[in-house]
Ligand binder design. Sequence first.
Ligand code: 13P
Length: 253
Amino acid sequence: MRKPIIAGNWKMNKTFTEAKEFTAEVKGLVPDSEKMESVICAPALFLEELVNESDGYGLKIGAQTMHEEESGAFTGEISPVQLKDLGVEYVIIGHSERRQYFNETDESVNRKVKSAHAHGLVPIICVGESLEERENGETNAVVERQTAAGLEGLSADEVSRTVIAYEPIWAIGTGKTATTEDANTVCGVIREKIGELTDAATAGKVRIQYGGSVKPDNIGELLGMEHIDGALVGGASLEAGSFLKLLEAGSNE
Ligand code: 13P
């Protein structure tokens, strides 16, 4: 049985003051982490505050990206050692916005994923096709390539602890979601690929999230699907009330 994982990705939103208001509002209302994992991936500036404020209840904290090196002359970057030292537990790697605007490639994603595992962080690897790729019938090939590249060189144990987020690019922030059947089919394709790369038992342990215009009113149906084990949520994770509704719907599945 895979434990569901619902993660908010705040992207470059909120001020520090707003982040503190959010944690005050959700404090004590997050479902038991034995049942479901609830994560907020926040701008790096707020991570320390969020880790401290979420101490002792179910909310876990993630970063939105990281550099693969432990330290060094990489102006503006943040290392896995720095994240781990703060108490951060998750890190999103290879979000389509980072692939599109910040030159992340399958190779750089793989280096970061390996480094995240080496430092005890759980990577959430984002994969997903563009609208053009979907229209050309390339969806499966794209997610298979990104999944294989992201997991390249990991042990079966590391693979089993990795989270994959299937986020079709055309569904991000657009209000368009893949149909639940479509989302489930692609998540199944990803799981099958992981099985080819490792073995069926390992593939059966990997949690695969769907992301792209997930809202409180569609999350239940998505989480009811066989291969969808959670959601990576942008816009609907920004307001405390909406985030709590996502968690509530998730914990009822
Ligand atoms: P939206 O939920 O705003 O579509 O964003 C999805 C996303 O990119 C999460 O990483």
